[in-house]
Design a protein around this ligand. Sequence first.
Ligand SMILES: CC(C)(COP(=O)(O)OP(=O)(O)OC[C@H]1O[C@@H](n2cnc3c(N)ncnc32)[C@H](O)[C@@H]1OP(=O)(O)O)[C@@H](O)C(=O)NCCC(=O)NCCS
Length: 172
Amino acid sequence: MKFGKKRDGGMKKKPSRYSGDNGTIVRVFRIEDYDAVVALWRRTEGVGLNESDTRPAIAAYLRRTPRFSFVAEKNGRVVGAVLCGHDGRRGYLHHLAVAGRHRQRGIGRQLVNACLAKLRLAGIQKCNIFIFADNTAGMKFWKRAGWKLRTELRVMQIRLEDWHGAGNDCPC
Ligand SMILES: CC(C)(COP(=O)(O)OP(=O)(O)OC[C@H]1O[C@@H](n2cnc3c(N)ncnc32)[C@H](O)[C@@H]1OP(=O)(O)O)[C@@H](O)C(=O)NCCC(=O)NCCS
């Protein structure tokens, strides 16, 4: 589906949902979807939940980059979800999941494409994901979609509660 100028010069309205020929609708992830999405994430291998996945944390995430995260819905039920955001430089996808019996029908690709389209519209040039090193099935999905493994990079992280700096270390 393409968006852009109509022949009469007016702008076409961007739809907030996309239908696939697998009978699934991909639409914006709203906080009202939280319970269904967390239930899906909890039963999905390869998705690790933590303190950033509480309802308030997800609500804050969705507010920070509104309309970048998506769910897939079939017959009114959530069958897939993905979080997407960016920091103005790189895009990030988290927790992509499709319910077991709905896999291999293009839903995962639809969710990722919705995110990448939004990121591109926002002027973001590269998107990263974090994937558990033992998630070989997930890795095949990403590679199939053209994603490259950056073998020269490792993720490093610090928990801010373990960081012993002080508020007055910030020059702002
Ligand atoms: C990874 C996941 C989201 C894929 O969802 P999906 O809806 O089954 O994927 P799609 O049907 O859109 O697949 C797109 C393509 O990838 C391929 N693919 C999907 N899963 C694959 C797998 N496990 N192995 C090999 N190829 C795979 C499909 O065959 C399809 O190929 P095509 O281009 O020839 O049509 C789903 O398997 C899942 O939820 N896995 C567990 C959670 C997970 O690992 N998430 C990623 C965390 S980083």
